[in-house]
Design a protein around this ligand. Sequence first.
Ligand SMILES: [Zn+2]
Length: 174
Amino acid sequence: MALREILKYPHPILRKKAEPVTEFGQALKELIYDMAETMYAAPGVGLAANQIGILQQIVVIDVSPRDDKTKLIPLINPVILAGEGSDVSEEGCLSVVDYAADVKRFTHISIEARDPEGRKIAFEADGWFARDIQHEVDHLDGKLFIDRISSLKRSLYKKKRRKQLKEEQADFDD
Ligand SMILES: [Zn+2]
């Protein structure tokens, strides 16, 4: 197992669409272990493969800090088939440094995916679990939660991030 580097906004890979996984072998399992280790170390409640620079449709989720019904759940090629209800709640992201904002999501979703063995799975999710899945599936489409907030909030965040990167660059040059 190994910790992977989490790419940060505005890294261009975060904007690319991930491809479906077609090989369900040992390499995929090792990648899932690495993703889980990286997520727990961060610490976070979800991670998409795009965030470690791999454009494959793989996410790991564990919302047990917020909802103790769940544990580590890897989803391969996840598709949200349907959603209903809506709820606004604060979200953050391991790739969006020092920022959180209210995001509207479905409260209830139906999902289809593959497990790490390649078997088809289908289930329903609610609450934080549903929110987390929607957030991670967005990553696989090259989307970030800041795409779902007002353009004013987004431009304020971009400004803050630009300043932060400039300061990091200045530190680096010293
Ligand atoms: Zn995220």
